[in-house]
Write a protein that binds this ligand. Sequence first.
Ligand code: GAL
Length: 338
Amino acid sequence: MDRHTLHNEFLRVEVRALGAALNRVVARTPGGDVDLVLGHADDADRAASTYYLGALVGPTANRIAAGRFTLDGVDHQLATNDRGNSLHGGPAGFSTQVWTVAEASSTTLRLTLVWTDPTGGHPGRLTASITYLLDGPNLTHTIQVSTDRPTLASPCLHPYVNLAGSGTIADHVLDVRARHVLFTDGTGIPVGSPVDVTGTPFDLRGGVRLGDVLDADHPQIAAASGLDHAYVLDHTGVLDHTRDPDAVLTHPASGRGLEIWTDQPSLQVFTGAGLHADTPGLFGTPYPDRGGVALEAQGFPNAANRPDFPSTRIEPGLPFTSTTRWTFTGVQQDRTEP
Ligand code: GAL
């Protein structure tokens, strides 16, 4: 299978075997079907893309500076693929692999992958899985990675959301429950300690129109042509969907929203600078810049080299495991669905 579809009375969800990618989330509306995430119509376009639309990136999401890290006193050099750094698992990471279906029904899908680094730099033989579960308007995914020797693993799903179905995300409102954010150098590597967002355009608490944030006068926003930053989530690292969500994206014009809960320590928010230069999306042409906002629940960028950040080390018997739950609001229930 190259794709699998989950569906219920609220949503239709397409997952691709290539990159275990969340390729489509479709809501029915009175005006017809609306795609709520960015994807590719064609796996060749996905393979040639550098934007990881919906892909499961790993073994380590985000950047490892210069692709280097030291583990138990041994230096390791990963292949680099982004301005001298290793990004999203490097050139042969999880998102480039064809995953195997281990379990599938109309509302669940579990994909697995056994991975050793084809470029030779990454220690360990990793066994990874992602389980998608669709339950009402809720789409939950759980990622697990185990290893045969101590190594690093901190994967994440990399979906871009656009609740309008087309155009840009400028008129979306984003609320991220985070008092701190990580500022970065010119290559996307965090510098210094987490910065208090209070009184800055980075403060998304309570909800801010994204267009206003992206047009704000701030050197970090100018350097990234928008947001491309890890927010340090205020919560305690436990997924409990009875508490307030970690982030809420809303599109007031359509009345649609997305609430996100995660057990991961940070949420990378990337507002899609440069997307126009990517390979074609679902409808035959590339998406525009700011055509979606990537909301990536993950470990801290470059944690591999920052002992002050939460550790991303795993070892035999101590696997990586993480769950993120999305709840769509304002999506209509279709009572004709069996
Ligand atoms: C993001 C990353 C961006 C950009 C993007 C797609 O996660 O933070 O800098 O690389 O992926 O390539």
